[in-house]
Design a binder for this molecule. Structure first.
Ligand code: GLC
Length: 742
């Protein structure tokens, strides 16, 4: 009793003497107190983030901790953050516990490490993780709740393993279909990106578990990364400020409003300036105009890239000075600690003040206190029970079923019972990699044998659902991408023989997974051999189902107008094969709609919100998606025909399900502002809702809009321009015209 009392007195005195240890104090205060106790070296270490490959035994992402390296980085150089790695859940717990024990128990101040991960479509760097659909697929659901749920599942399966800092969501607007990271975006529309992105932020950061730190999301990549002139990753973007404010800023603003705690900077250069050195964007816009006060992280080695890639600075010292001056807080230095040495030199030379360093370290420490890392620095072994749960696979299945888009269906789907002999072929027919895409256990997506066993391929799913059918499958491994031509490949001969005997053909086509610059394309057409296979299949005249598993919309050859079905799956995740099979046999009514424009050719690739003087060409437009059976819209109404710009506008539409199946319908409300001093988009999504209708059910769906949102847009300085005038509101083919007065 006495000892207990004594210990209590000692700990109370210690907390009172060291307020940063007092968890009852606000994070701001605790951070301030701790900051005041830190040396310059300790502070600069907190601004440094290294890759896991710098601290593993074999220098890869494999989770074998090199204790001597980790001690040297944390104890000698005070490094405060690490990122990435891949392996089993148990290994993760051991790996991060090992790192945290050095940081907490073997350093003077015991500041815990903030560990960063790219869990962008589930707990995707953990062998037992649930691989969810990638964002481009998920956004075709037009149901932002799915993003919230995806984030919650990701948090449940990753934070307990020590993955506290998640470099997600991507908030880049996917308006360039060539861009190799399109599949990581929520599509081409700013409102969809804003709603899905902020839902993900809320879902991930809201996750709480007893005796465990909370997670931090990361809004990336600020700003103008996704529409480079050459369409290649990390090449220069030239985007007028007015378009940046109107198209690219809104998703970040929404994430800030949702309370996102951190942000990652665009690696590329924007309008002649590497964003990592841009005081305009990282200070004036981000901090002052947009009011973001979270931690700003560079992307990988991006200070050095301002020297070596952008040639914007003579040397790394100048680049470091520029990045700090612009406003970054932490450098993802990744492979060495040059950043620490340079920072110390710049402070000694008086080029960077300690006060400026204190600003960043205060943000970093405040974040660590806010997340509860000082109280709960360690992973939780109990979290292992969260892995590989059947309900998580079911969540991945539901998400895929709600997102897959039926683009065409001329009387082919659902599969008819008489279709007994089915010939399935193509790279995606029996591939886990094509379903899960990149960022799956490896940056480019692990090889088939390491893909999560819970992944059900399309072939496996179809065989399970149609056991009575005769399946012939041409081994997709034989689809040798190196063979000079399709005709010469043994694959083709095998397939031709099978196709002749079959009642119906299924081709699973698209793209093998890629990441970032590895996906740079110089032709947006579907690759030559797949195009040839598709043309041979069409020439047979047999009913044909084409399934597209791809990171971006590859342009297809001219399609037959009869007995054809086309499904866009993107990278639909580990349950994507089963979701596709359920749609093909008709047990799931497809409900996805394109969150991007599917190009008809490789040249004319404008988004649906092109300017009125432009021409919108497409194979399938933004918002396109078919169901089994029809959904009809009628009597679109507005509460009045004229409004003050200060009013709110009630809109209603009647939606009817005229089919024998329940249907989930994404109701998309567009506007056209008929005249604008700064020319207005031909169409603009202003709201969307997803409704479920029983067979034969009709329902009135209502939207509430602020008139000013319809008639206000940013000018080249980001200032709001409000112009009265006529606006057309459209849902489906229903349209009404309203007038907004000053
Ligand atoms: C990559 C990506 C970024 C990712 C980071 C860490 O280069 O650009 O999205 O979060 O490195 O893996």
């Amino acid at each position: 009793m006495l000892i207990g009392l004594l210990l209590l007195v000692i700990s109370t005195c210690s907390v009172l003497a060291q307020p940063y240890k007092n968890k009852l104090l606000p994070p701001e205060e605790r951070a301030k107190d701790l900051l005041g106790r830190m040396s310059l070296d300790e502070k600069i270490g907190q601004m440094t983030q290294l890759c896991a490959s710098s601290i593993t035994l074999d220098g890869t992402k494999k989770l074998d901790l090199n204790l001597s390296k980790i001690r040297s980085y944390i104890i000698q150089e005070h490094v405060g953050s690490f990122l990435s790695g891949t392996g089993k859940a148990e290994k993760w717990i051991e790996f991060i516990r090992g790192i945290q024990e050095v940081a907490v128990k073997e350093t003077r101040l015991g500041i815990p490490i903030l560990f960063g991960m790219d869990n962008v479509h589930g707990s995707n760097y953990t062998d037992e993780g649930t691989m969810l659909p990638h964002n481009l697929t998920l956004s075709c659901s037009f149901d932002a709740k799915l993003a919230y749920q995806a984030a919650q599942l990701t948090a449940l399966e990753s934070i307990g393993l020590g993955h506290i800092w998640n470099f997600a969501p991507v908030l880049d607007v996917g308006k360039n279909p060539w861009w190799p990271r399109l599949y990581e975006t929520f599509g081409e529309d700013p409102l969809v990106c804003a709603r899905f992105g902020s839902a993900f932020v809320s879902g991930f950061q809201a996750y709480k578990e007893k005796d465990l730190a909370q997670g931090a999301s990361c809004a990336k990549h600020f700003i103008g990364y996704s529409d480079p002139k050459s369409s290649w990753d990390r090449t220069p973007s030239e985007i007028p400020d007015q378009q940046l404010y109107e198209v690219f800023v809104p998703p970040f603003r929404a994430a800030f409003r949702a309370g996102v705690k951190t942000l990652m900077v665009n690696s590329g250069e924007l309008n002649g300036e590497p964003v990592h050195g841009s005081k305009k964007w990282l200070h004036e816009q981000l901090r002052k105009n947009l009011g973001f006060d979270g931690v700003v992280l560079t992307d990988i080695k991006d200070i050095l890239k301002m020297v070596e890639m952008h040639r914007a600075y003579e040397n790394e010292e100048d680049a470091t000075l520029a990045a700090i001056d612009a406003g970054i807080d932490m450098s993802m230095a990744c492979s060495n600690t040059d950043f620490i040495r340079i920072m110390k030199k710049l402070v000694t030379e008086g080029k960077i003040s300690e006060n400026r360093i204190n600003q960043s370290v205060q943000r970093i420490l405040k974040l660590k206190f806010e997340l509860g890392l000082f109280e709960f620095p360690y992973p939780k072994t109990a979290s292992l029970k969260n892995m590989s749960r059947p309900e998580h696979y079911r969540q991945a299945l539901e998400a895929a079923k709600e997102s897959i888009v039926m683009l065409e269906n001329q009387d082919v789907l659902p599969l008819k019972p008489e279709m007994k002999h089915i010939a399935i072929a193509g790279p995606g027919a029996h591939s886990r990699r094509m379903l899960n895409g990149a960022w799956t256990l490896e940056w480019l997506g692990a090889e088939e044998e390491r893909q999560p066993a819970a992944t059900v391929t399309l072939l496996e799913a179809l065989k399970k659902k149609l056991p009575q059918s005769k399946w012939t499958w041409t081994d997709s491994v034989g689809f040798d991408r190196k063979a000079k031509s399709l005709e010469e490949s043994t694959y083709f001969q095998t397939w031709k023989n099978e196709a002749e005997k079959a009642d119906i053909l299924v081709l699973a086509l698209g793209e093998w997974p890629y990441s970032e610059f590895k996906g740079n394309a110089s032709d947006l057409m579907l690759d030559e051999k797949q195009t040839q296979l598709l043309q041979y299949a069409q020439a047979t005249g047999k009913p044909l189902i084409v399934i597209l598993m791809e990171g971006r919309p590859r342009v297809l050859p001219k399609l037959r107008k009869d007995k054809m079905a086309v499904l866009f799956a993107g990278h639909p995740g580990m349950a994507g094969g089963e979701a596709l099979a359920e749609i093909m046999i008709g047990s799931c009514n497809p409900s996805g709609k394109l969150s991007f424009t599917y190009p008809k050719n490789t040249v004319h690739t404008l988004p649906y919100y092109h300017k009125m003087s432009d021409k919108y060409e497409y194979a399938w437009p933004f918002g396109h998606g078919l169901h089994f059976g029809d959904v009809n819209y009628n009597s679109l109404q507005a509460s009045d025909s004229t409004f003050q710009t200060s009013d709110s506008i009630s809109i209603s539409i009647s939606v009817s399900n005229n089919s024998k199946m329940s249907v989930k319908e994404a109701v998309l409300l567009f506007q056209t502002d008929e005249v604008g001093r700064i020319t207005r988009p031909a169409s603009q999504l202003v709201d969307f809702k997803r409704v479920e209708l029983k067979p034969g059910e009709s329902r009135k769906i209502r939207f509430q809009l602020l008139a000013k949102d319809l008639c206000t847009y940013p000018d080249g300085e980001g200032r709001e321009v409000t112009e009265p005038g006529f606006h057309r509101l459209r849902i489906g083919s229903e349209q009404i015209r309203i007038r907004l007065k000053k």
